[in-house]
Design a protein around this ligand. Structure first.
Ligand code: UDP
Length: 236
């Protein structure tokens, strides 16, 4: 069983590769080669990029910088990642288009639903910049919203660890990985922090499955897109 259209959410942290921040082009190239495998299987790919490697809104706010401005700075960070990733994908022979949810006509095509559909049907990866273009939203919530808008079959949420654990595996060596859980459990369990509750709640309300997995492990994106057991499935 393979999904027909997937929404891949890649955070800024992943795009920084082994570095603490910034954009790691080698990780971009690696992703291009992994994604080529699923495009070759006629699976359509939408990517929502985060921006935490460059700017995280809440951290910029203060000393006169309003939260709205800080979030706009955050959205510009996602735009930088999206533009860099788009060029790398094309240089690697993977057809892709960057569509922006913030007005930036000199640098990107605007996100227009029908345009995104057209690119996807032509087998191009659609990379969305600027989240959904509004403040007080994370790119995780934007990813779920976009996944619904584009009728994606699943949200593939890339994380550093391979799935959802019953406690933080970075601090607790006995943390247990969960193979699956319901959307409602993900929303109500306060120790599940893999995505913000707004994102989890929206996915649960609309029965959009989420796979939380380590996308930077070889073949994992392919396996997740093929519905093979990787990471944790959150299903409602
Ligand atoms: N952001 C926003 N609206 C959106 C998407 C993102 O305001 O629709 C801002 C927000 O400030 C966020 C920043 O962009 O902190 C970068 O996104 P995020 O923190 O989700 O990136 P990630 O953690 O995935 O790298």
């Amino acid at each position: 069983m393979s999904y027909k259209r997937v929404l891949l959410k890649i955070s800024g942290e992943q795009l920084a590769g082994k570095h603490d921040g910034g954009f790691d082009a080698e990780t971009g190239e690696w992703l291009a080669n992994e994604i080529k495998q699923i495009i070759a299987e006629n699976i359509q790919v939408v990517i929502m990029v985060g921006g935490g490697n460059l700017a995280r809104g809440a951290q910029w706010a203060g000393h006169g910088i309003r939260r709205v401005t800080a979030d706009q700075i955050g959205m510009l960070g996602t735009m930088m990642n999206a533009l860099a990733l788009n060029d790398i994908f094309e240089a690697c022979g993977l057809q892709s288009r960057c569509l922006s949810n913030i007005f930036a006509e000199q640098v990107s095509e605007p996100f227009v639903h029908r345009l995104a559909e057209k690119h996807l049907e032509k087998g191009r990866v659609v990379i969305v910049a600027g989240g959904i273009g509004r403040p007080y939203i994370t790119t995780d919530t934007a990813a779920v919203s976009l996944g619904l808008e584009l009728s994606c079959d699943v949200v593939l949420k890339a994380t550093k660890v391979d799935g959802v654990f019953d406690s933080d595996p970075m601090t607790n060596p006995n943390a247990r990985k969960l193979d699956s859980l319901t959307g409602n459990e993900a929303v109500t369990n306060p120790s599940i922090k893999v995505m913000d509750k707004a994102a989890l709640g929206m996915a649960a309300d609309h029965h959009l499955p989420i796979i939380v997995f380590d996308a930077l492990k070889e073949n994992n994106i392919f396996n997740a897109a093929y519905g093979k057991p990787v990471g944790t499935l959150i299903n409602s």
